[in-house]
Design a protein around this ligand. Sequence first.
Ligand code: N01
Length: 521
Amino acid sequence: MPADSATNPESTPLAPWTQSGRMPRIAIIGAGMSGIAAVVKLRRAGYNDLTVFEKTDRVGGTWRENQYPGLSCDIPSYLYQFSFEKNPDWSHRFSHGPEIQRYMESTARKHGVLRDVRFNTRVEELRYVAPVWELTTNGGETEIFDIVISATGVLHHPAIPDIPGLSDFEGEAFHTARWNTQLDLQGKRVGIIGTGSTSAQIVGEIADQVGKLSLFQRTAQWIHPLPQKAYGTYWKTLLRKVPALNTAVYWGVAFSIEQSFVRATLGNKLLLRYVDWACRRNLRKNVPDPVLREKLTPNYAAACKRLIFCSTFYPAISRDNAELVTDGIERIESKGVRTRDGRLHELDVLVLATGFQADRFILPTRVIGEGGQELGSQWEGSPRAHRATSVPGFPNFWMLEGPTGPIGNISLIMVTEHQIDYVIACMEKMKRDGLVAMAPTEEAFRQYNTAMTEAVQRTVWVTGGCQSWYLDKDGIPNIYPWTPRQYRKEMRHPNFREFRLIRSHDLTRSAERSASTTTSA
Ligand code: N01
């Protein structure tokens, strides 16, 4: 591309929105929980020119995609909801997947989100042509946007294990995020590889339906009981009549989780001891067989891997028709799974509960920033961002639930809403100061990530001595290591000194420099 068209605002089809008085054109990628929240909050802030690109034909993201039996949320319902759409009708303290999906769809309908969504449209490429983005879809159409917000989620690319012979299996085999909902498991011999949160929920749900359940465990997991409870009509009516009560419960639950499990993961020894005690007690109480109990006891600290909350798993794996297989998997054959002890575990169905590629985020969409740099090659297995939302060299590009954000045993809906507020505050700054673009400085990015890498060493994700999907290719947890309270503060008050604030004349100068370099060359 000629240098001047890449950097000169006059040569782009749109005059900068902060100077022409028009509405900024905003592209949101993904119509899951973050995309829905972004549309509602941006509209409320007065930004109406929104286009949401959704690769499938429905909103809901992870709750649309995951349809496995037993799917539920281990974050309490009153916290796992939008601040602007408090639901008085949650049926349980921890909602089941289909109920959350219905909530996502009804919220999107009620707030008119659907009219902004382009379904079945995948974004293939984003190219920064200062100060705007060219967005190209799978249909080959290219459009220009002033601001791009990636709302693609974290865990959405299934990790398919590299086990020899997987394609030789003659029965049904699928990843948990691609569940075959037509399949009747009644009386079948079902094998499940993996023992994370997903697997625990599935095992708890299907053990009494299947003929034989074989659970292939590579690493034992700590499991905390899930204090499930159904809500009665009186409580729901009260919440409907007194909406402030819903808000009080929202903050009350947030406070209690942040003061307990979150502080434990951040290194509070006393709280970690409590988590360890609660998990051991759960195991002792619910697994009577000492041999099975021994196999289910992890050799690392509780909460090092993301803590599982589930009360159905231990009774299910203790059933006569269930077997916990701890001999490693040698290979998969046409009839089942061969373990290293030479035994063939014959199966009709093989479920891969093997988690997700947690280092992808917006990838494989090609994101090309200033100077032609590609986000994917910059990340290379260790994705990083500034305050989980932006990257130097990629102006006017924002991420919700991007790398280094607070994840773990907290509500991602709350986190995403703070991030949207942050993006809006930055756009307001652009408007006030007539900026054409903004991106974090290299220095701010480096400082934040250096501090993060140091602070994370004190957390149980490092000290706990385990492998987990939190770790990047260098073994560093890709998670925010400070309190959610601090994160809220950072998001509420963006520090604009951390940004390159780009004005029209900066682009003109850069264009002149490029032109003179081209001429002298
Ligand atoms: O995936 P995981 P998940 N051979 O990565 C094993 C969220 N979530 O889908 O521990 C044999 O936790 C792997 O073994 P190991 C939640 O954030 C939320 O269960 O690496 N085994 C592990 O046991 C959660 O943390 C809810 O040794 C192999 C398992 O597969 C995240 O999703 C509900 C293997 C993967 O566990 C991911 O959970 C459900 C191999 N080659 C999930 N490869 C809520 O309630 C992998 N494994 C909100």
